[in-house]
Ligand binder design. Structure first.
Ligand code: SAM
Length: 295
């Protein structure tokens, strides 16, 4: 691979885009990571080896892509900006046999690759916050569970993923992540490390797959339904959220309240104070009620 580019120089980035008749797009959250030190640290967190199968979402002009390919890993990059795709493919990495580009919206394209090839070893990306949280949620909901995920996200999104029960940020998203992953913020990145400078601080979230999911596959679907219902409206109680959600529709009032009682939870509790083991008890009780109805 002979591609060399000064990714730490805003002027070089501006010049490259100008030469290709391209512009940066706010819509796609294009803030390039300038700091070589931060790029190296992100790639170190991935613990790549030769032939590790990596997906990178949103490679941009290839700043992190270059570091990943230098490890000998096999990379599939998903990029939505067609102009950037031309640079990645025609100028930078097209002749590297370890590089493959999937052009288009990663939120739509990832599933085809997943269905054909299965789960990669690692998924990483430096994504705008709206795309980042949707992308991670989709992967988790569809049980696309690589052994590591390393995402650079708006700090608050990273905190939501890794927050503990009882914190204001404890949400259905935290639970969706933490039933299958050990999640922690590996580092914060100052806004000055990016060009253009974004409005918010970013964090790198490291998600390491647990040996075994905390939720048994036999109750997973019910568990996710119950968790989603329980956080339907944050100010509402568990009872009102379940009765107003899918669980209540499925079971009716009496069976829903019985399931809450069986699980040992209080009707007046709120989702932000309920931990994963308690949600498992609740989902088990709801599942038992569903089976009773189906008999
Ligand atoms: N990885 C590069 C870096 O760190 O310098 C660029 C990061 S930039 C914050 C986000 C990148 O994600 C941009 O290249 C943008 O075009 C791309 N992107 C945004 N939404 C996307 C989507 N839905 N699918 C694929 N790529 C997307």
């Amino acid at each position: 691979m002979s591609w060399k580019f000064p990714y730490d120089s805003p002027n070089a980035i501006i010049q490259l885009l100008e030469d290709k008749g391209l512009a940066m797009s706010k819509k796609f959250g294009q803030n390039f990571l300038l700091s070589p030190d931060v790029r190296k640290r992100i790639v170190a967190i991935m613990e790549l080896k030769k032939d590790t199968n990596v997906w990178e979402i949103g490679p941009g002009l290839g700043a992190i892509t270059l570091e990943i390919l230098a490890t000998g890993a096999q990379l599939t990059a998903f990029e939505i900006d067609h102009g950037f795709c031309r640079i990645l493919e025609d100028e930078a990495f097209g002749d590297d046999e370890n590089f493959r580009l999937i052009e288009g919206d990663a939120l739509k394209k990832w599933k085809e690759v997943y269905e054909e090839e299965g789960v990669p070893n690692i998924i990483c990306g430096n994504l705008p916050y709206n795309v980042g949280s949707i992308c991670i949620a989709k992967l988790l909901e569809n049980e696309c569970h690589p052994s590591r995920m390393v995402f650079t996200l708006q700090k608050e999104v990273a905190q939501r993923i890794s927050s503990p029960c009882g914190s204001k940020l404890w949400s259905s998203f935290s639970i969706l992540a933490q039933i299958d992953y050990d999640t922690r913020i590996a580092m914060d990145i100052n806004t000055g490390a990016f060009f253009p400078v974004p409005n918010v601080t970013s964090s790198v979230i490291l998600m390491k797959k647990l040996d075994k999911s905390l939720v048994d596959s036999s109750i997973r679907a019910t568990f996710l339904m119950v968790v989603r219902d329980s956080f339907g409206q944050r100010r509402k109680t568990l009872r009102n959220n379940l009765l107003g959600g899918k669980s209540g529709k499925l079971l009716g009032r009496e069976a829903t309240l019985r399931a809450i009682a069986t699980s040992g939870l209080e009707e007046g509790q709120r989702g932000e104070k309920i931990d994963i083991p308690s949600f498992i008890k609740l989902a088990t009780a709801i599942q038992d009620e569903i089976q009773r109805i189906e008999k």
